[in-house]
Design a protein. Structure first.
Length: 148
């Protein structure tokens, strides 16, 4: 179980920590210093490098979470574990939408030199990453709960 919990925590740190950094530090700094012609390719490049790590984090989180849930807990867990699981699955759905929708459209718009379209897609990505960041913090808080 130690391996499973460690993988779960590492996956969470990579995903939620990466979203926190990108949303709260990188994007505001880039917005303040760079014009759209520089900022949008930078942000797309950063996300292009971050998103494969998110896919690995998702695999680690889901794999380790279900390992503990099914083998150690026998499929029975307190409510907060089920809530954490539901929030986590919602996060995966939102990330998948980001990856296969606005992120790909942003890349296509950048390749076509359509900065306005790329900017609109980045705005969608920003809002959804912000939503996933809040959900990730909630899931982390739920995971830290202990039954009374």
């Amino acid at each position: 179980m130690t391996i499973a919990i460690t993988l779960h925590l590492l996956g969470t740190l990579v995903w939620v920590g990466g979203m926190f950094f990108a949303h709260m530090a990188l994007r505001p700094a880039a917005n303040g210093l760079l014009e759209p012609g520089q900022r949008l390719p930078l942000l797309h490049g950063v996300l292009s490098r971050f998103f494969p790590w998110v896919w690995m984090a998702i695999a680690a989180i889901l794999g380790s979470g279900y390992w503990v849930f099914l083998s150690v807990m026998g499929g029975k867990a307190p409510l907060y574990i089920h809530l954490m699981q539901g929030v986590g699955l919602l996060m995966v759905v939102i990330f998948s939408f980001i990856y296969f929708g606005p992120f790909r459209r942003m890349g296509a718009a950048l390749k076509a030199g359509e900065l306005a379209a790329a900017g609109r897609q980045m705005a969608v990505i920003r809002r959804l990453i912000g939503t996933n960041l809040i959900l990730g913090l909630i899931a982390t808080l739920l995971g830290g709960l202990k039954p009374l």
